[in-house]
Write a protein that binds this ligand. Sequence first.
Ligand SMILES: [Zn+2]
Length: 192
Amino acid sequence: MEIIEKQTGAAFKLEKGKLLKVIDPMGEQVSDMVLFNANDTREKISSGKTMDFEESILITKANYIWSNRSNKMMEILEDTNGRNDFLLAPCSPETFKIMYKNTDYHPSCFENLYSNLKRFDIEPDDIPTAFNIFMNVQFDKFGKITVEPPTSKAGDYILFEAKMDLFVGLTACSAEDSNGGSFKPIHYEILD
Ligand SMILES: [Zn+2]
């Protein structure tokens, strides 16, 4: 098992057919995930294609995650919490300036994704909207959204199967409002 320390990230290769288990070890912690085709990194995870083909904005067990080229990248085999977000972009330095009025340096998923994915030749502008595991975004009938604390409890996990060779970027999210006001680690495992 691998540990992503609080407010940090990781990147790794995940071969087709392998399983990725992402665990919230303490509860109420979001993990942003982005995916790239390891054989052509111009192909990447697509929120829009996934919501379109899965006919839902709430993506969970039995759903697929699709690419910008309309190929299946992952299947969700298990999801013990069952609430994830695919609407919002990774938190970035600007998130903390614009939404938190914070002028000091603040760690962010965006920085943690592009800095870890750099060794796979992924650049900051390549980072798409992430699949935000355990993130609890609520919306009303007018479309107004609010970010609520995750409903995940200690030990909740989501299990993915890779449908192509992937480069994966994964974080322990750094945004106060997304994580119930405190920062915790994320654990992950690659399984056969
Ligand atoms: Zn974040």
